[in-house]
Design a binder for this molecule. Structure first.
Ligand code: ADP
Length: 268
């Protein structure tokens, strides 16, 4: 029986390499007259069976500010995932490349794009779990879309999955995630605050010279990332709101969308 999410290998043409990540190589490709990005899943990197179950749900998540999953090709080894192609690559590299040439308007729109995608995930009760500029992608016309939502659940590398470990994204994680792995849309909001900081710092790494342990300590002491030079006060206030200790004190993505949108329309 053919599953709705199954991509027929005969319809998929593979092209040149465009990146590599946690799960393996990413290639440009063509599928049904569309340019696509194909993630080749390296052996033993992913819990395949669990992912296939989840792929159904992920394919139904469809929004203009989310990188669309078109389908999964399981008949090929390694298994590969077929996504919407984002010509300008990941947001963190894009910011670094455009350093010194990012307008206030563009930075605000980038943040707004992400809140729009995330507000959709929030309303779908879907938790991203690994939001950061590295997991957003930029389209040909500089639109930002959210990618890799929910995918950390299928990573088999132990170094990635526990907050005690080297690859865990501690610098983007809410305190309750670090302490008790308590993920929620509100922990995504915390990560979004760090993403906003990345945008207004033109792709710098947060807490650049500090270890994960030192970051945890300073968060516990109530310290937070400082205001980036390019961030207006109103934007930094939103970051601080995202970094409230208690999840309930943080805004929803719907509220963040409203707030950021009002800043956009207020601009001269
Ligand atoms: P992983 O989830 O395996 O860690 P990533 O999602 O980080 O992999 O992808 C690795 C790199 O491949 C990204 O940094 C980006 O440059 C490129 N890439 C991934 N997905 C796409 C896409 N849909 N369109 C264009 N480039 C992509």
């Amino acid at each position: 029986s053919k599953e709705e999410w199954e991509v027929d290998p005969d319809e998929l043409t593979l092209g040149q390499e465009i990146g590599s990540g946690q799960f393996g190589l990413v290639l440009e490709g063509r599928w049904r007259e569309m340019k696509v990005a194909v993630k080749m899943i390296r052996e033993q990197c992913m819990s395949d069976e669990e992912f296939k179950e989840e792929a159904r749900i992920m394919m139904r998540l469809s929004h203009c500010k989310l990188v669309q999953l078109y389908g999964v090709c399981t008949q090929r080894s390694p298994m590969c995932l077929v996504f919407e192609l984002m010509k300008n690559g990941c947001l963190s590299n894009y910011l670094r490349t455009k350093k010194g040439h990012l307008s206030q308007d563009l930075m605000l729109r980038m943040c707004l794009d992400v809140t729009e995608g995330m507000a959709y995930l929030e309303s779908s009760n879907f938790i991203h779990r690994d939001l950061g500029a590295r997991n957003c992608l930029v389209s040909e016309n500089n639109e930002v879309k959210v990618s890799d939502f929910g995918m950390t659940r299928f990573v088999l590398d132990d170094q990635y999955t526990s907050s005690q470990c080297s690859k865990f994204p501690v610098k983007w994680s809410a305190p309750e995630v670090i302490r008790y792995s308590k993920y929620s849309s509100k922990s995504d909001v915390w990560s979004f605050g760090v993403l906003m900081w990345e945008v207004y710092s033109e792709g710098r790494l947060p807490y650049e010279n500090r270890s994960n342990g030192e970051v945890v300590e300073s968060l516990n002491a109530g310290l937070r990332l400082l205001k980036p030079r390019l961030a207006p006060d109103a934007v930094y206030l939103l970051m601080e709101w995202c970094w409230k200790e208690r999840p309930d004190d943080r805004p929803s993505f719907a509220a963040l969308f409203y707030e950021l949108n009002s800043l956009l329309t207020c601009e001269p």
